[in-house]
Design a protein around this ligand. Structure first.
Ligand code: 1CP
Length: 366
């Protein structure tokens, strides 16, 4: 097994004991950092940044140079797969992601193919390989993908959506066509994540940002079932360690019981969930990641510490918690406040973990 100087995140995601609660932050490399904005400008566009492994690696590591974070997450986007399928993604200032081509009818679905991750998406695998070298086993590197449903919303709508009218009318008018699209995406995401693991990703996160726009019944059929198929087909061990899988369904608090059964090791929670309640409901089955309201980072340092402590207290003693925000960090947050949060979580969480020598005997090997 490769020795990591800090493997708290990998241990906590598998509910193994740790000395302190680990923390990383969704979208930790991003616009709130002036050094990110500089590299992005240098790159010329968001996609150029993603597609240049040296630059993607540089921005991945930027937040780790500033803060004592317990993991890195590869800098990329969930929309690299449709871009690789020929939809041509651009990120437009003030508008978000926009596709040149959409997928709204049978002819468009027929044209789709499963991208080869070491060809069309090689730039992501290269960035992962480079990051692993640079990280030199200091902290683990997280790989990620969007869920088939969430990726499909962008492909069908053509970008960000308010009411998801186009994809929902597809769901109710041509469910078989939507299933075909989701099936191609499921194969693509599985191959992509396995390639990320082969390239060196040590944990995997699946983002289902828009699962909660579905009804409970259709969430299971059109989103969760596909996530489950992906997880069943992921590489379980790499470098003699388990590769934990986190599933984040924004707004999925009401479906925690179902999510806990999808084969994931941990559930990412948004800030609307009481973490104590989540632990009571599913804590025996999965670890939990989250779930500070991202807006807390606008507060004074003392308030940030208090709000962090509330979450630590709510989760209570024992392993199985990775601290994070309940969604991505907001672009106008002062970077100093992130340091306050990261240091507070490490300092305050020691009280919730037993400092027992015997714990070291439990390992991640199988
Ligand atoms: O620099 C810029 O102006 C572009 C902003 C940006 C960034 C920093 C986009 C466009 N993507 C990213 C990086 C990104 N996206 C990461 C990086 C790794 C990290 O540090 O965490 C990750 C994990 C994502 C994932 C992502 N992209 C999600 C899932 C998570 C979530 O936030 O819900 C989604 C929905 C996207 C789509 C997307 N890409 C970019 C934007 C602005 C969006 C959201 C648009 C929307 O709200 O619909």
């Amino acid at each position: 097994m490769v020795e990591l100087a800090n493997d708290r995140v990998l241990r906590a995601l598998l509910s193994l004991p740790v000395d302190k609660t680990p923390i990383w932050i969704m979208r930790q490399a991003g616009r709130y950092l002036p050094e990110y904005r500089k590299v992005r400008q240098q790159a010329g566009s968001f996609m150029k940044l993603c597609k240049t492994p040296e630059l993607a690696c540089e921005v991945t590591l930027q937040p780790l140079a500033r803060f004592d974070l317990d993991a890195a997450i590869i800098f990329s986007d969930i929309l690299t797969i449709p871009d690789a399928m020929g939809l041509e993604l651009s990120i437009v200032e003030g508008k978000g992601p926009v596709f040149a081509n959409t997928v709204r009818d049978e002819a468009a679905v027929n044209k789709l193919f499963v991208p080869d991750p070491e060809t069309e998406l090689k730039y992501v695998c290269d960035a992962i390989r480079l990051c692993r070298q640079e990280l030199n086993n200091k902290v683990p590197l997280i790989g990620f993908s969007g869920s088939p449903w969430t990726i499909a919303t962008y492909m069908v709508e053509g970008g960000t959506s308010k009411h998801f009218s186009t994809i929902k009318s597809m769901l109710y008018r041509s469910p078989e066509l939507l299933h075909r699209l989701l099936d191609i995406l499921t194969q693509s995401v599985t191959a992509y994540l396995n390639a990320q693991i082969a390239a060196g990703a040590q944990a995997i996160m699946i983002f289902d940002t828009w699962g909660s726009v579905l009804t409970a019944e259709y969430f299971r059929i059109f989103s969760l079932a596909y996530i489950q198929t992906i997880i069943e087909n992921l590489t379980k061990m790499a470098e003699k360690r388990r590769v934990p899988v986190v599933v984040f369904i924004k707004g999925g608090g009401r479906w925690m019981e179902w999510i806990a059964d999808c084969g994931c090791d941990a559930i990412g929670l948004d800030w609307t969930v009481q973490i104590a309640k989540a632990k009571r409901m599913v804590g025996e089955r999965v670890a939990l990641q989250g779930n500070l309201d991202p807006a807390v980072l606008y507060a004074e340092p003392e308030v940030i510490r208090q709000e962090a402590e509330k979450i630590l207290e709510s989760y209570g003693e024992g392993p199985g918690h990775v601290f994070n925000l309940g969604h991505g960090i907001l672009p106008d947050v002062p970077p100093e406040n992130v340091k306050v949060l990261v240091d507070a979580v490490h300092e305050l969480s020691e009280n919730y973990h037993q400092q027992d020598e015997d714990d070291d005997e439990e390992t991640l090997e199988e």
